[in-house]
Design a protein around this ligand. Structure first.
Ligand SMILES: C[S@@+](CC[C@H](N)C(=O)[O-])C[C@H]1O[C@@H](n2cnc3c(N)ncnc32)[C@H](O)[C@@H]1O
Length: 277
């Protein structure tokens, strides 16, 4: 089995759309009559959720006539947020076929299908022509990709000159062991948490110029504190939340990630780069 197959098995366990629909109905919401905010607890699959997506978007100067590519889009929360917030056209690409099916269904349920489309594909070999997009984003995906240099080269290829690339990934901040499973990987063999320097080198070697960086450690501390506090209350998870993606291992995945964040071993970082115009 290839590493990609292992990852697809990790993320696409099956039954996700039905679980989301059940959660929505438990909250009194009806598929087909949804706002993007109704889905935010489950469709922003990264530390800091919608808040982190909003912060990244603020650094990309997106205009309504632009085409934005979200690489490793998951079930499409950031894509729908960018389409709604900036009025731009968004394309999401992801390795996990189930996520793409769910992304399309949720986009229909929120009435955004004319503005946001989704394709199955690898970030290392994307099904797009050169220079197709004005902006690209990558939220919590690089931790699954060993070849950061190849990833940066592929995003550089599909961006137009003058385009911007916003990365928001969990990065290694100091040495120390990460216990598995974590939300992005059940096993160490599909986890490639790298240092900010590795990302910077991959980006500049691909031809990007580094524009700005933001350390989101504080956001991560608050986020994991809220997750742990909810778990300690013992009342069970809410109808919709990130646990819906994580299956029965959700408590271990969350507590292992929280421990590594709290020990300062990992932390999310935002890096914005530009393709020279
Ligand atoms: C933690 S989720 C983040 C999803 C989404 N970016 C978000 O923030 O809600 C990681 C995603 O990366 C995708 N992924 C992992 N490796 C990939 C690759 N080589 N190419 C494309 N997508 C990949 C997974 O399928 C999964 O949807």
């Amino acid at each position: 089995m290839s590493l990609d197959d292992v990852l697809v098995g990790h993320y696409g366990e099956g039954g996700l759309l039905a679980s989301i629909e059940a959660g929505l109905r438990a909250m009194g919401k009806t598929p087909g009559r949804l706002q993007i905010d109704d889905l935010a607890p489950v469709d922003e699959f990264h530390i800091g959720g919608r808040q982190a997506t909003t912060l990244l978007g603020q650094h990309l100067a997106v205009q309504p006539d632009m085409a934005l590519l979200d690489v490793g889009c998951g079930i499409g929360g950031p894509a729908r947020f960018f389409a709604t917030t900036f009025g731009c056209r968004v394309t999401g690409v992801d390795l996990t076929p189930e996520y793409i099916d769910v992304a399309r269904a949720l986009t229909e349920w929120t009435g955004l299908s004319a503005q946001a489309g989704f394709d199955v594909g690898s970030a290392l070999d994307m099904p797009f022509e050169d220079a197709s997009f004005d902006r690209a984003t990558l939220l919590h995906v690089g931790m699954n990709i060993e070849d950061k240099a190849g990833l940066a080269r592929e995003v550089f290829r599909v961006l137009r000159p003058g385009g911007r690339f916003g990365v928001y990934d969990v990065m290694r901040r100091q040495t120390g062991a990460i216990e598995y499973p974590v939300p992005w990987s059940s096993l160490p063999t599909t986890s490639f948490v790298d240092t900010p320097e590795t990302y910077r080198r991959a980006l500049t070697d691909a031809g990007f110029e580094l524009v700005e960086e933001h350390d989101r450690r504080d956001l991560a501390e608050q986020f994991v504190a809220a997750l742990l506090a909810r778990a300690a209350e013992g009342g069970g998870p809410p109808p919709l939340g990130l646990h819906v993606h994580m299956g029965k291992e959700a408590p271990r995945k969350i507590s292992n990630m929280a421990a590594a964040v709290r020990a300062g071993i990992i932390g999310p970082m935002e890096i914005v780069a530009a393709k020279p115009g």
